[in-house]
Design a protein around this ligand. Structure first.
Ligand code: ATP
Length: 531
């Protein structure tokens, strides 16, 4: 008999196949392994023509809805307008930034090495199983994975137990804390003998480099592990050089680097990835209201991009798991195929108090206080003295690559009855190809009309994404290709077009077709894309 924790017990329904999704991503040019011709490099991924456009569209959507017109123009607590400005800060900062933020001292994952197999594991990703036979009490560790991997691992362990110990049931220990005595009895995931796993050791996730030619210890610098700190160190400059007033946000988008111990699950945990972070500064008394506001808006934002339904949820961090400076935290989580039926973090919304500004004030000696002239003591002359304080910060921190992965997983749809048994239901706002134009056959003047329409749509929609045209292969194959690319609308020029200047529009999701005037094609697409 085996027991399973709720997190790994497959619920009704089943997860999509990650292998199938990855194969489609490669086949259609969404995601490639980095340095593939050299055998790849673990934890690094490149985006192909469709993937890079999809990623740009998601980044643009964030920028539009968080910086240019924050929260779709919705007002915040107390009917206040939500105001945000952008910055773009360096990947390499002064090393003291990371000492102040706590990353150099404490940005660690617990890591274990196996002396026998020479493999390395994250201690919090190992699960332990023991036989229920009390006289033996031998334990086996394996790497936590999706439900299938878990089942597979249990089967292998079951066989192993039978072979080495005779009959015995398995019991899973979820809260085991690996200490020396415990580990002496554990057989590692890829080992034959017990006691080959080292105790967990802290492993710093920061990528180290050297600035300048001498490469001595004094020249050590780090690639940033998050974009947020760039905002905190420029907070004063933004306040002093622009007209922003608390409450306001500063957005920062760009690459971050973490030397993850166990990069895995496609792009979910990479060593180089992109973040979209907003630091929203507000008065301490209003901070919980702003936290609630952002928590809800960020969930609504991901829903608006097609991640709605039971695959998306908001998870509130229990008080005991919050950082010492934090009053609240929630994660927007997506049910990825490899976390199914559990969820994986897409974005964290954190109430960071004034921790970061305090730290940078202490470490740099620069004054970070904000002078709030809308608050504070009213003077006899009718003016205010102004209240000085370190604003509190609410941080919605989203992963761009994880966002793209969630969009790809959600979009992947199987339907054997269609010309393409697999197709990608990507939200029209994010779809890399917005439309395609086909002549039904490459004769009778159809290609010329198609090329004219393609040209018109390209001129109108190039800011939104790609517009394709294709004269080759059967129309079914061309539709199938566009379905796999996630193109929401295909316009086809046929013999009727020659007579009545209408075209067929095919809807990717339903496969349904309708005829519209060719002169109406751009307006039709504009309407469907919500422009
Ligand atoms: P995790 O617990 O999964 O390691 P985290 O809590 O450390 O994530 P944050 O520091 O809050 O993550 O970073 C904000 C966002 O950046 C995450 O929600 C995630 O989307 C993204 N992110 C973090 N680490 C990685 C990574 N190694 N690869 C891809 N995206 C990442």
């Amino acid at each position: 008999m085996t027991s399973q924790s709720p997190a790994t017990n497959p619920a009704a329904g089943s997860a999509k196949s990650m292998d199938a999704i990855m194969a489609l991503c490669k086949r259609r040019g969404f995601v490639y392994q980095a340095s593939e011709i050299y055998g790849g490099i673990n934890g690094f991924w490149d985006y192909g023509p469709l993937g890079s456009q999809l990623k740009k569209n998601l980044r643009d959507a964030w920028w539009q809805d968080m910086v240019l017109r924050p929260c779709w123009g919705k007002t915040g607590p107390g009917g206040r307008e939500v105001r945000c400005v952008p910055v773009e800060t360096c990947i390499i900062q002064h090393p003291k930034v990371w000492a102040a933020s706590g990353h150099v001292g404490g940005f660690n994952d617990p890591m274990m090495d196996c002396k026998e197999s020479k493999r390395r594991y994250r201690a919090d990703h190992l699960r332990y199983v023991k036989t229920t036979d009390p006289s033996e009490g031998r334990m086996f560790a394996f790497v936590e994975g999706d439900a299938d991997t878990f089942e597979e691992a249990l089967k292998r362990l079951g066989k192993y137990v039978k072979r080495t110990l005779g009959e015995g049931d398995l019991e899973i220990i979820t809260d085991a804390k690996p200490d020396g005595q415990f580990l002496a009895r554990v057989v590692g995931p890829h080992a034959k003998e017990a006691g080959t796993l080292t105790e967990p050791r802290a492993f710093n996730l920061m990528f180290k480099t050297y600035v300048g030619a001498t490469a001595t210890d004094d020249d050590v610098a780090y690639l940033r592990p998050e974009t947020a700190q760039g905002v905190f160190v420029q907070f004063k400059n933004v306040v002093d050089t622009t007209r922003v007033k608390v409450p306001f946000g500063i957005g920062n988008v760009g690459k971050s680097f973490r030397n993850e111990v166990t990069p895995r699950n496609f792009t979910f945990r990479s060593r180089e990835f992109e973040q979209m972070e907003l630091e929203f500064f507000c008065h301490p008394d209003e901070s919980m209201e702003w936290f609630t506001f952002w928590r809800e808006f960020r969930m609504a934002w991901w829903e608006s991009l097609g991640l709605a339904g039971e695959n998306l949820r908001l998870y509130d961090t229990p008080k005991k798991d919050l950082a010492h400076y934090s009053q609240a935290g929630s994660d927007v989580e997506y049910r990825f195929p490899f976390t199914y039926p559990g969820f994986g973090e897409l974005e964290g919304v954190a109430h960071r108090g004034n921790f970061d500004l305090t730290q940078h004030q202490q470490h740099s000696g620069a004054k970070m206080e904000y002078n709030d002239t809308e608050r504070g003591e009213l003077l006899p002359n009718g003016q205010r003295r102004g209240e000085r304080y370190l604003p509190h910060c609410i941080e919605p921190a989203a992963g761009l690559d994880r966002g793209v992965l969630a969009v790809l997983c959600e979009a992947y749809t199987k339907d054997e009855s269609r010309p393409s048994p697999e197709f990608m239901k990507i939200h029209p706002r994010l779809a890399p190809i917005k439309a395609a134009v086909f002549p039904l056959v490459a004769k009778d003047g159809m290609p010329e009309i198609a090329h004219k329409l393609h040209d018109e749509l390209l001129r109108r929609f190039w800011r939104e994404g790609l517009v394709e045209s294709d004269d080759k292969q059967t129309i079914g194959k061309r539709y199938a290709r566009m379905d796999e690319a996630g193109c929401p609308y295909c316009f086809t020029i046929d013999s009727d077009t020659l007579k009545d200047q209408t075209v067929t529009v095919r809807d990717r999701d339903t496969g349904g077709q309708q005829r519209i005037a060719i002169s109406h094609a751009a307006a039709f697409l504009s309407d469907k894309l919500g422009l």
